[in-house]
Write a protein that binds this ligand. Structure first.
Ligand SMILES: [Zn+2]
Length: 386
C-alpha cells in the first residue's frame, strides 16, 4: 500500500555515474527529445548530467525529467534564471493536461485538481492543509529547518476509482488495483479518488456530504484509506520542504518510517486525521509479533539496505519496524534525529551510498553501539501501550 515511485527512466540513470557538482545551478537548459510520442522540447533546471550525456531536468511545474542520451536530439542553455510556475499558470497547465471536466480548488498551500464534487475536493483540501501545518510545526518544534515549497503542492482527486486507475496505470502498472493513493516522485503530485463515490453515490448538499464522510470513516477499511492519503502526502511534503531531495538515496527505513509515523488516522471525527505521532496500533501489533522471532541483526539490515522494503514478503514487517524505530528515535534521540535529517537533506539526486556507507553515516550520528541501541529500542517499544 505504501508506494514510493521511481520512474523507470530515472532508475536507468541511477546506473550511470552522476556528476551533480558539474551541473551549473544557474540558467535554463533546453532539451529537444525524441521518443515514442514524437519530438518535444523540455526546458528546466539541469540537476544532473551523467557521463554518457543523459540529463535530469527539473521543469517549472516541478516534474523531473530523466532523459536518456539516445533520446536527445538537441540541447542548448541560456542564462535566464530558473523560475518555477506561479499558482495560476500551474493550475492552467493541470487543466490542459487532464481530461475534460476537471476543475481547480485553491487552498493555502495546494492546488487541488478534481472532477468529483466540490464538497469532496474541499474535504480533501482541508485534510491536506491540516497535514501541511502539522508537518511544518512538528519539525520546527524539533529544530529541523524546513523551507516553504517552491510551488503550490498538487493533488489530483478523481471522481471514480476507475478513472483514477486509468490515469495511474501509466505509472503504477499492474499494482494500480491495490493502491488507493500514491505520490509520484516524477510528477511531484499526490493522487487519490473520491472515496464517497465508491458505491456510486453522488453528493451535493453539505449535510448529506458530512454524514457520508462519517459513514466512510466508520467502515473497516477507512483506517487504511485515510492513512494512505496522509502517508503519501507526507512523502510529498518531505520532498518539497527541503527535508529530502527526490531521487536522492534516502534510506527507506527513514522515509517510510516517518511517513507511517505521520499517517495514524483519527477516525473519531469526520476530519479523519488531526495529530502526528499517535501510536500506530496495527504497526505496533505487527512489530510485537515480529519480536518473537526477530534476528539479532534486524536493526543493521533495516538501516543498511532497502531490500526488506522491496520484497513483498518482508515489507509489512519492515514498515512496522521502521515505524517503531522512528517512533523510538524521535522521542528518545531528538537531537541526533534532527542531525541525521540534515545529513539526508544534503544528499543530491541519483547518487547512491552502499550498505556500509549507510551504516557508517548512521553510527556517526547515533553512536557505534548498535547492540545497545537495539536493546533500548526494544525495551521502549515493549512499554508502549496499544
Ligand atoms: Zn511510503
Amino acid at each position: 500500500m505504501n508506494q514510493r515511485l521511481f520512474s523507470p527512466l530515472a532508475a536507468g540513470l541511477l546506473a550511470l555515474l552522476a556528476c551533480a557538482a558539474t551541473a551549473p545551478c544557474w540558467g535554463v537548459e533546453h532539451v529537444t527529445l525524441r521518443d515514442d510520442s514524437g519530438e518535444r522540447k523540455i526546458s528546466g533546471k539541469l540537476l544532473v548530467e551523467a557521463q554518457d550525456g543523459g540529463v535530469l531536468l527539473l521543469a517549472p511545474d516541478t516534474r523531473l525529467w530523466a532523459i536518456e542520451p539516445e533520446k536527445i536530439v538537441a540541447r542548448s542553455h541560456d542564462d535566464q534564471p530558473f523560475v518555477p510556475l506561479e499558482r495560476e499558470a500551474l493550475a492552467q497547465q493541470l487543466l490542459t493536461e487532464l481530461p475534460e471536466g476537471f476543475q481547480i480548488l485553491h487552498t493555502d498551500h495546494y492546488v487541488i485538481c478534481y472532477d468529483t464534487s466540490r464538497a469532496y475536493a474541499e474535504w480533501s483540501g482541508q485534510l491536506y492543509e491540516r497535514l501541511f501545518n502539522a508537518f511544518y510545526k512538528y519539525w520546527e518544534d524539533r529544530n529541523v529547518e524546513l523551507k516553504p515549497p517552491e510551488v503550490p503542492l498538487v493533488a489530483l482527486v478523481f471522481q471514480t476509482k476507475q478513472s483514477y486507475a486509468d490515469y495511474a496505470r501509466q505509472e503504477l502498472g499492474a499494482a494500480t488495483e491495490a493502491i488507493v493513493g500514491y505520490y509520484s516522485l516524477q510528477s511531484n503530485r499526490v493522487m487519490m479518488y473520491d472515496l464517497t463515490g465508491v458505491e456510486g453515490a453522488k453528493f451535493g448538499d453539505r449535510a448529506g456530504f458530512s454524514a457520508r464522510v462519517n459513514a466512510i470513516l466508520a467502515r473497516p477499511d477507512a483506517e487504511m484509506t485515510v492513512a494512505t492519503i496522509i502517508h503519501e502526502a507526507t512523502h510529498q511534503l518531505a520532498f518539497n520542504s527541503g527535508m529530502q531531495q527526490r531521487l536522492a538515496d534516502i534510506p527507506l527505513w527513514l522515509s517510510e518510517g516517518m511517513a507511517v509515523y505521520f499517517e495514524t488516522p483519527d477516525l473519531k471525527n469526520s476530519r479523519g486525521w488531526t495529530k502526528v505521532g499517535a501510536v500506530n496500533q496495527q504497526r505496533l501489533v505487527t512489530f510485537r509479533r515480529y519480536l518473537q522471532q526477530r534476528p539479532a541483526d534486524s536493526l543493521a539490515t533495516l538501516i543498511s539496505s532497502d531490500d526488506r522494503f522491496r520484497d513483498t514478503k518482508t515489507a509489512p514487517v519492515a514498515y512496522a519496524e521502521a515505524w517503531a524505530f522512528n517512533y523510538y528515535l524521535i522521542r528518545n534521540h531528538k537531537q541526533a534525529y534532527a542531525q541525521y535529517l540534515k545529513l539526508l537533506a544534503d544528499k543530491g539526486p541519483l547518487l547512491s551510498d552502499g550498505p556500509e556507507e549507510r551504516l557508517k553515516q548512521f553510527t556517526a550520528i547515533f553512536g557505534d553501539d548498535l547492540e545497545r541501541l537495539d536493546a533500548a529500542f526494544v525495551k521502549y517499544m515493549l512499554k508502549v501501550r496499544l
